[in-house]
Structure formats: C-alpha cells, structure tokens
Design a protein around this ligand. Structure first.
Ligand SMILES: [Zn+2]
Length: 247
C-alpha cells in the first residue's frame, strides 16, 4: 500500500473515533432534552387540571348562589301562603312554591356534583405534583452526569482533533479535499475496500456501493501511490486492509 493511502487510513480511523465521540455528546444532549420535554408536558397537564378545578369550583358556587336566591323566594312564598284568603290564590302560590323547591333540590345536586369534580381533579393534581417532583429530581441528576460526561468527551474531542490535524499533515491538499467530500457524502465513511468478485476473472467491485471498478483503477492502485476514487460513489478505494485495522 502506498504511503498516502496509509496516511488516509490513519485519518479515517481518527475520523471514526471523532464521529463516535460527537455521537456520544449528541446522545447525552438528546437524553437531557427528552427529560425536559417530559417535564414540560406534565407541567402543562397540571396547569390544565388547575384550570378545571377553578372552573368546577366557580360552577359549584354559581349553583349554590342560585339555590340561596330561590330559598329566599320560597320563604317569602310561605309567608304569602299564610296570609292568603282565597283557595284559588292558595293553590296558585302552592304550585309556585313546589316548583321552586324542586328547582332548589336540582341546584343542590348540581352544586354537589361540581364539588365532586373539584375533589377528583384535586387528587389528580396531587398525583401530578408528586410525579413532577420525581421527574425533576431525576432530570437534575441526568443533567449533572451528562454535563460531567460532556466535559470529558469535549477533552477527547479536542485531543482527537489535534491528532487528526497532525495526521492530515503531509497529505496533499487535493487528496484531503477528496477525503473530506467523501466523508460528508457517506457519513464519515470516506474509504471503501475493493474486492475481487471472482477468483478466476479480473472483476472487482467497490464494497461501498457494490458497483464494478474498472481494471485501470486496479492497476493504478497496485502499481502507484496514487489515490483513486470510486467513479460511482466517490469513496477512496483501497485494495487491502491495512495491518491491525478493523473493517
Ligand atoms: Zn463505490
């Protein structure tokens, strides 16, 4: 293998580690963010519950006020009933009184129902508060360990970036540009092994895209320290796995 390809393999290996460290940082941040959204969702639910409690309480108060007004009216009707002289008037007032009493009963029931809802929602609110407290404690702990891990990873990242710059030194600029483009296009996998498809025929494929590689590229790779790109996927091609490298 040529010296340039060797250097590119070293660069690729550093690039892989860099990517892995960046992924770890991203994953930590995602976890923290997911916890925050969960807390926000519970807080929203809690606010909605409080709103329902206020509405049900106000409703119950209105029913009670209405009932009291009717009670006053019933008392007045009772007095009128005592003062009445004619049977006809008596019967009319009695009907009115009974209607008012029936309405009062209905209002009392409605007020109690609304109060029942208040109690029910208050229980729900207490449960939500307990969940929220627990979630917040957990989220704080996760944020703390995440920040610690991120600090460590940031140091690793800086060291790897230095290592990468050192590894890039001495690689021709045009080759480096080719490498960077291939990295961008293939999620950091800039290089691809060339495989011989058939032991008896001179047919080769790029293992990055599985398309065939022309023989002149194979010849060039075998004879010169020249960097060759797959004409289909633009990955940098190599013929053999460097010693000690994992594929
Ligand atoms: Zn290819």
């Amino acid at each position: 293998m040529g010296a340039t390809l060797d250097a590119l393999h070293r660069l690729q290996s550093i690039e892989d580690r860099l990517r892995s460290v960046r992924d770890q940082i991203e994953s930590k941040r995602r976890t923290v963010k997911a916890r925050q959204s969960r807390i926000a969702a519970i807080e929203k639910q809690n606010a909605e519950t409080q709103q329902i409690i206020r509405q049900a309480q106000a409703e119950s108060d209105r029913f009670e006020l209405d009932r009291l007004t009717r009670e006053e009216h019933v008392n007045k009707l009772r007095e009128a009933l005592n003062r009445t002289k004619s049977n006809k008037e008596y019967a009319a007032i009695l009907t009115q009184l009974n209607t008012e009493k029936a309405d009062m009963l209905k209002l009392e029931e409605s007020a109690l129902n609304a109060l029942g809802r208040v109690e029910q929602e208050k229980k729900k609110e207490a449960d939500l508060r307990a969940i929220l407290e627990k979630e917040k404690t957990q989220a704080a702990e996760i944020a703390r360990t995440s920040a610690e891990a991120e600090g460590r990873l940031a140091k690793q990242l800086a060291a790897l970036e230095q290592e990468r710059d050192a590894a890039a030194d001495g690689i021709p600029t045009s080759v480096l540009a080719m490498f960077r483009r291939a990295c961008e296009r293939h999620e950091g996998e800039a290089m691809a092994l060339v495989e011989r498809v058939h032991p008896k025929r001179s047919e080769y494929v790029c293992t990055g895209c599985n398309m065939s590689v022309p023989l002149e590229i194979i010849n060039s790779l075998q004879s010169r320290d020249e960097v060759q790109m797959c004409q289909i996927c633009s990955r940098i091609l190599y013929l053999e796995v460097p010693a000690g490298a994992a594929v």
